[in-house]
Design a protein around this ligand. Structure first.
Ligand SMILES: [Zn+2]
Length: 279
C-alpha cells in the first residue's frame, strides 16, 4: 500500500504538469481577487477544480481553461461598470462571482476530465472544451450583450424585453458569443493535442454556440421570474425595494446558476454525441 501510494505521488502529484498548474493557479487567484472577479471561497473552489482537471488530464487542458477565464475577466473588467449600472435592479448576483456560480459553470468540465481519466476516451476531452467554451460564450453574451443600445428580444416570443432579463438576445450579444466560440476553438487547438481538422474546429465552435442559445431558451422558459410589488420591475431577485418580490413565471427553484449548470450538461452531452457520430 505504501509503495503504491508513494509511486502514485511520484508519478502523479509532483510532475511538471502539477507544478505549472500550481503556479498558474496561484497567479490566477491573486489576479481574480485583485480584479474582484471572484470571492475568496470561489477562488479556492476554482483552484481545487483546476488541480483536479490537471491531475485527470494535463496542463494543456488547464491552460485552455485559464486562457478562457482570462478572456472573461478581461471583458468583465472592461465593461462591468457600464453593464452593472444597466442590470443592477434585475440580476440576483452582481459583482464578484461566488462559489455557487463557479460550481455551476465548472463542475461539468471537471466531470468530463474525470471520465477521461477513467476511460481514456478523447471524446470526453473534446466535450470538456465545448463545456468550457459554452460557459465562456454565455458569460460574454451577457456581459457585452447588455451594452446593446436597443432592448433585447425574447428568444421565444421575439418581443422586446427589459435589458438583463434572462432569455433576451441581442445582435451584439450573439455576435460576441459567436466570436468567443471561434476564439476558444482556436485556443483549444493551440493548447491541447487535437487533430487540426476543419470539422473538429466546426464542432468545437458550433456546439458551444448552440449551448448558449439553449441557455437563453431555458432562461426564457423555466428560469424563475419575479416582479417587484412596489415599483413593478421584472427581476431575478427575491427581494426588491425592500420587500419580497412576487413569483410571476418559471420554476421557483430554477435560478440562473441552475440554468447554467443544466445548459452546460446538455452542451457536453450534445458535444460528446457530435464527436462520436460526426468524427
Ligand atoms: Zn422595486
Amino acid at each position: 500500500m505504501t509503495m503504491t501510494l508513494a509511486s502514485f505521488f511520484k508519478t502523479h502529484i509532483f510532475t511538471l504538469d502539477i507544478l505549472i498548474t500550481l503556479v498558474a493557479v496561484l497567479l490566477l487567484v491573486l489576479l481574480s481577487l485583485r480584479k474582484k472577479a471572484l470571492t475568496l471561497p470561489a477562488a479556492c473552489t476554482a483552484s481545487v477544480m483546476m488541480l483536479c482537471i490537471c491531475i485527470c488530464s494535463g496542463y494543456g487542458e488547464v491552460l485552455f481553461l485559464i486562457l478562457s477565464y482570462l478572456i472573461i475577466v478581461a471583458v468583465d473588467t472592461l465593461f462591468r461598470k457600464q453593464a452593472e449600472d444597466k442590470v443592477r435592479d434585475v440580476h440576483k448576483k452582481s459583482g464578484a462571482r461566488g462559489v455557487i456560480q463557479i460550481l455551476a459553470n465548472g463542475s461539468v468540465a471537471v466531470l468530463c476530465t474525470v471520465l477521461y481519466a477513467i476511460t481514456r476516451d478523447a471524446a470526453f476531452l473534446l466535450a470538456y472544451i465545448m463545456g468550457v467554451s459554452e460557459a465562456c460564450a454565455d458569460s460574454l453574451a451577457s456581459d457585452i450583450g447588455v451594452l446593446s443600445k436597443k432592448k433585447p428580444v425574447s428568444i421565444l416570443t421575439f418581443k422586446r424585453i427589459d435589458t438583463g432579463i434572462s432569455g433576451g438576445v441581442s445582435l451584439l450579444g450573439l455576435a460576441s458569443s459567436l466570436t468567443g466560440c471561434i476564439v476558444m476553438s482556436g485556443i483549444a487547438l493551440l493548447c491541447m493535442d487535437i487533430p487540426l481538422r476543419l470539422c473538429v474546429f466546426a464542432i468545437l465552435t458550433a456546439v458551444p454556440f448552440l449551448g448558449m442559445l439553449i441557455d437563453s431558451v431555458l432562461g426564457a422558459s423555466v428560469q424563475a421570474k419575479f416582479r417587484c410589488c412596489v415599483c413593478g420591475k421584472n427581476t431575478e431577485k427575491d427581494t426588491h425595494c425592500g420587500v419580497q418580490t412576487e413569483h410571476v413565471g418559471g420554476l421557483r427553484f430554477m435560478d440562473n446558476s441552475l440554468v447554467n449548470l443544466v445548459t452546460n450538461l446538455i452542451t457536453v452531452i450534445i458535444g460528446f454525441a457530435a464527436v462520436k457520430f460526426l468524427l
